[in-house]
Design a protein around this ligand. Structure first.
Ligand code: NAP
Ligand code: MG
Length: 483
């Protein structure tokens, strides 16, 4: 099925016949190709999703059935863990051990979690200030949660399978249908998931997966008049364009965007734990995580000890091809991404940063890059303010609690943050003041299916995961009956 995508239950080529290469970031070589769709393909996919939404096979499928099909999908994924982990590693570059332990397993967990919601949707009976039925004739009111309809989903390349199930899972649990566009760099696990979705028994057209460029396929989805809800995860810049396009049709939209998450280490913290935590907070997934702890603020009395500890761990990370099971850090996803990260490192140096470790930009064919730590730059510099989305940590000292909070909040983003301290009074003082969708305490980058996830400020709006995600995929219908 190389060169095909999923529309209306069929594996099809693009209308134009155009394709795009898929590249292995560890070697810079193309190893397969996928269709490069255009607006016509998007129209076909949306029409298939619309038809499926009206198809009684789907619209009248009982919730317990939807739940069972989602659980079956999770089981199918579980019986193919190794294959999915290898595919993800090959496509994205990430270490296969991490793809296995994190990406694939958490996708399975999420599918099982969201499957349960299919049978737990509910509305409310509502008191209204009219005569009530029991007063001898009157009015009865209730609300029902209904699927929004056809969902258009656009996802990034950093956690391709996770991002696909974060969109497909709630769409299926609530009875929506979906057109999903994976990132051009990483289309493979979403396509393979499409095969399992058909095998799990979802009717044709309920899930459509189409590949192609963001500027063509992504833009066509964002502005499509027959899509009822757009779910976007990606950069703030593209998210803004997607939101504007959606709003022209008054289409619901949720945006999970970039981040520049602060890690606050106080002098009373367990410093060994903080050092290990701060290291993985930034270097996990080659720093290509929206919640990456990319700004490290350490209380001055322990600053040297903490950053030297993080630097020592970073310098010891084993860099190599993702498919090597001993690799701790794989290549970045693309040459474009590595170049962009390197440009930031150079800019940081020009704006006064000192390089504590890493800092060089290799010219290797695979997109490898050493973990890099920069210190000594002003808070206003670009490397502190902008999302780099790579293995680059900026570290700065602070003196007082208030200063730590104001430095943490001095960012256009508000996705996540972490506090490292053993002083509960201090922790509870800081939590409410942090402008972030998630606050971790003595941990970082831990997500749970039941815990809502999303951003504030330029990190976007809407919460995925947990009960909160159901609001994004359902609409409330209010019913008032004269009895
Ligand atoms: P991106 O450039 O914004 O791309 C994301 C998706 O949007 C891709 O599928 C892309 O397609 C598509 N796209 C590009 N241009 C488009 C357009 N004009 N209209 C509609 N869609 C378009 O982001 P990225 O570089 O792939 O991913 C990294 C970003 O995602 C980071 O900023 C990161 O923080 C963010 N992110 C956020 C979260 C979160 O939950 N908040 C999670 C993960 C990542 P192509 O691939 O074909 O260009
Ligand atoms: Mg690739």
């Amino acid at each position: 099925m190389a060169g095909t995508m999923l529309i209306g239950g069929e594996w099809v080529t693009s209308v134009s016949g155009n394709t795009q290469d898929v590249i292995n970031p560890a070697t810079a070589e193309a190893f397969t190709y996928v269709p490069s769709a255009n607006m016509e393909d998007v129209d076909k996919a949306v029409a298939a999703a619309r038809m499926a939404f009206r198809n009684p096979k789907w619209s009248q499928m009982r919730p317990s059935h939807r739940q069972r099909a989602l659980l079956k999908l999770a089981d199918l994924l579980e019986s193919n863990i190794d294959e999915f982990a290898e595919l993800e590693s090959l496509d994205n570059g990430k270490p296969v051990m991490m793809a296995n332990r994190v990406d694939v397993r958490s996708s399975i967990d999420y599918l099982r979690y969201i499957a349960g919601w299919a049978t737990k949707m509910e509305g409310r009976t509502v008191d209204v200030s009219f005569p009530r039925p029991r007063d001898g004739g009157g009015y009865f009111a209730y609300t029902a949660q209904e699927p929004v309809g056809v969902v258009g989903a656009i996802i990034p390349w950093n956690f391709p399978l996770n991002m696909a199930v974060w969109k497909i899972g709630p769409a299926l649990a609530t009875g929506c249908t979906i057109v999903l566009k994976p990132a051009s760099e990483t289309p493979l696990t979403a396509l393979r998931l499409g095969e399992l979705i058909l095998e799990a028994g979802f009717p044709e057209g309920v899930v459509n997966i189409i590949t192609g460029s963001g500027s063509v396929v992504g833009a066509a989805i964002s502005s499509h008049p027959d899509i009822d809800k757009i779910a976007f995860t990606g950069s703030t810049e593209v998210g803004r364009a997607v939101g504007i396009a959606a709003m022209k049709n008054i289409t619901r939209v949720s945006l999970e965007l970039g981040g520049k998450s602060p890690v606050l280490v106080f002098d009373d913290a367990d410093l060994d734990a903080a050092i290990a935590g701060a290291t993985s907070a930034i270097f996990f997934n080659q720093g290509q995580a929206c919640t990456a702890g990319s700004r490290l603020y350490v209380q001055r009395s322990v600053f040297d000890q903490v950053i030297e500890g993080v630097a020592a761990r970073a310098a010891n990370m084993k860099i190599g091809p993702g498919l090597d099971p001993t690799t701790q850090m794989g290549p970045l996803v693309s040459q474009r991404q590595r170049q962009s990260v390197c440009n930031y490192i150079e800019k940081g140096k020009k704006q006064g940063a000192a390089v504590l470790t890493g800092g060089s930009c290799p010219d290797s064919p695979g997109y490898f890059l050493q973990p890099t730590i920069l210190t000594g730059m002003p808070q206003a510099s670009d490397v502190v303010q902008e999302e780099i989305f790579g293995p680059v940590l900026v570290a700065m000292p602070f003196d007082e609690v208030e200063e730590a909070v104001s430095l943490a909040n001095d960012s256009p983003y508000g996705l996540a943050s972490s506090i490292w301290s053993n002083d509960h009074k201090k922790i509870h003082r800081v939590i409410p003041d942090l402008q972030a969708g998630t606050v971790w305490v003595n941990c970082h980058n831990l997500l749970d299916p039941n815990l809502p996830f999303g951003g504030n400020k330029l990190s976007g709006f809407g919460r995925e995961m947990g009960r909160a995600v159901l609001d994004l995929y359902t609409e409330t219908k209010s019913v008032l009956m004269a009895v």
